[in-house]
Design a protein around this ligand. Structure first.
Ligand code: RIB
Ligand code: CA
Length: 302
């Protein structure tokens, strides 16, 4: 079994990614750590707890950072809703987060299981940056780090220059991407090509007709309204589920090695500047199997 930590700002697409992870039989999810991003920390934590409960799985949830390293929090409630789950709630978890904070728990798990822990970060990188700053010795003990973030070779989604996770906390993104750790990065460019759901895809998901499939569809409501108004399409891009599908099975994923610099301020705040080179520490996904993504998603919601 793969020992997994999911670091998340749990909103509509994070929740679907967490369901995919919880339903994956090769994953032993050691912890879910929450970070402020799409919504505030308490809301993200509540959403993570609720998502575990509807999967009928217990996974310890640890609260992380309530704001970016050096900036005030700017959420994406305009897209994900005030509750982060499309304002389709209320969703009240019966369990609470653990007392330990996320940074300490991540460090503790890595030290307890050196070279076994695989982390997927699907929100701003504030928690991961705190771990690297507080305890740099754990960096080389992490088996793998998957990140959903950045624009890759495309355009941004929160500004034209930047993707939301890197825009919210560019300082954290710069620390993590420029540590010596090897990273597999799934950016917004591949999300739009391989990770979208259109009307036909939603019709396929509706045929599953389970509690999980109905929940996963229902919470996308506000996002679909946003796309309808902005692009006049019944469509949504599921960034975190695509990244989770890659973590589950990346046999058909193509990568290019690169180094990345993050622009920290000004109009291009959060922009990832990609320099492709064969010795780069970051493997940027350039092709992801859409068939694998859709099949893994459907299987997870059954
Ligand atoms: O830009 C997409 C990312 O920002 C996803 O992780 C989504 O959940 C939001 O956090
Ligand atoms: Ca997210």
């Amino acid at each position: 079994m793969r020992k997994i930590i999911i670091d998340t700002d749990t909103a509509t697409d994070d929740a679907v990614a967490i369901i995919m992870a919880l339903k994956n039989k090769s994953f032993n999810i050691m912890a879910i750590t929450t970070v402020a991003g799409n919504v505030d920390l308490n809301q993200a934590t509540s959403n993570a707890l609720y998502t575990c409960e509807i999967c009928d799985k217990f996974v310890p949830v640890y609260k992380g950072e309530s704001h970016p390293l050096k900036r005030k929090l700017e959420t994406s409630k305009f897209f994900h809703g005030k509750d982060g789950l499309g304002d389709t709630g209320p969703y009240e978890p019966s369990k609470k987060a653990e007392a330990e904070n996320a940074t300490n728990q991540i460090i503790s798990l890595i030290n307890k299981y050196p070279n076994e822990i695989e982390i997927i970060a699907i929100g701003p990188l504030t928690n991961i940056a705190k771990v690297f700053k507080y305890e740099p010795s754990v960096i080389k003990k992490i088996k793998s780090l998957y990140i959903m973030g950045g624009i890759g070779v495309g355009k941004g989604n929160i500004t034209e220059h930047a993707e939301f996770n890197f825009w919210v906390d560019p300082d954290a993104a710069d620390i993590v991407l420029n540590s010596e750790i090897n990273i597999k990065m799934i950016a917004w460019d591949t999300t739009q090509i391989y990770g979208y759901l259109n009307k036909k895809n939603f019709e396929d998901l509706e045929k599953i007709n389970t509690t999980l499939s109905r929940f996963a569809i229902n919470i996308q409501k506000k996002g679909l309204e946003y796309y309808k108004i902005k692009y006049n399409e019944h469509k949504i891009d599921l960034a975190d589920p695509l990244a989770m599908a890659v973590m589950i099975d990346d046999d058909d994923t193509n990568y290019r090695r690169c180094n990345i610099k993050i622009i920290l301020d000004g109009e291009e705040r959060g922009k990832d500047i990609i320099s492709f080179n064969k010795n780069g520490n970051i493997k940027l996904a350039t092709h992801v199997s859409r068939t694998n993504f859709l099949n893994t998603l459907k299987k997870s919601l059954a």
